[in-house]
Design a protein around this ligand. Sequence first.
Ligand code: BEZ
Length: 212
Amino acid sequence: MATIRLGDKAPNFTADSSLGSINLYDYLGESWGILFSHPADFTPVCTTELGTAAKFKNEFDKRNVKMLALSVDGAASHAEWIKDINEVQNTEVNFPIIADEDRKVSDLYDMIHPNADSTLTVRSVFIIAPDKTVKLTLTYPASTGRNFHELLRVIDSLQLTAYHKVATPANWEDGQDVVVSPSISTADAKEIFTKGVEEIKPYLRMTPDPTK
Ligand code: BEZ
C-alpha cells in the first residue's frame, strides 16, 4: 500500500459489494467516479451519509459521476443495513457499497489510519476522472459526516477546470466568475474568453464561466 496522490492512477480492484462483484474500472467505464469509505455498518453518521448520498444520486448522475461506497462489513450485513437506511432516511440506496471484510480495498487506498482506529476506515473520498487518474482526495475522521453539497461543488470545479484554462476561487459555486489560469497571458486570455477578462492584478484575472 502506498499513499495515493493527485494525478496517480486509481488502483483497480475487484471486490464483493451490495450489488454483487464489482471491478472498479469496468464499473466506471468512461464516467467520472467517486469512491467514499464508511467506518462500519449500523453506525449513526454513516447512516445519515448514505441516505444523503442516495438522495443526491441524480445530481451525481447529471455530472456523469458513478458513486461507489465502501464499508468493512460483509454483503449480508450491508443488505440489512440498507433496509434501515432506506427506512430512516426515506430513500433508496441505489449505488453499490463495497463489502470490504478482508480490508483489501481499504488497504489498497490507505483508508485505515491506525493511529485513528486500527480496524475501521476513516471517511476517505477519491474523485476519479475518466482517464482513471485521481483528481481529489479528502479525509474526514469517523466523527465528522461529509458535506455532499461540497462534493458536488468540487466536482463542478474539477470538471470545469479539466476542460478550460481556468481555476475556481474561494467559495466558488457553479455559474460564478472564475480565475484565468496563471499559465496564460492576459492578451491570450482576452482572445480565448470572449465574454471579457477583468485584470484586477496582472496575476489575478477574472472571467465569466466560459460554459454558461
Ligand atoms: C458513525 O458513523 O456514526 C461513526 C462510526 C465510527 C465512529 C464514530 C461514528
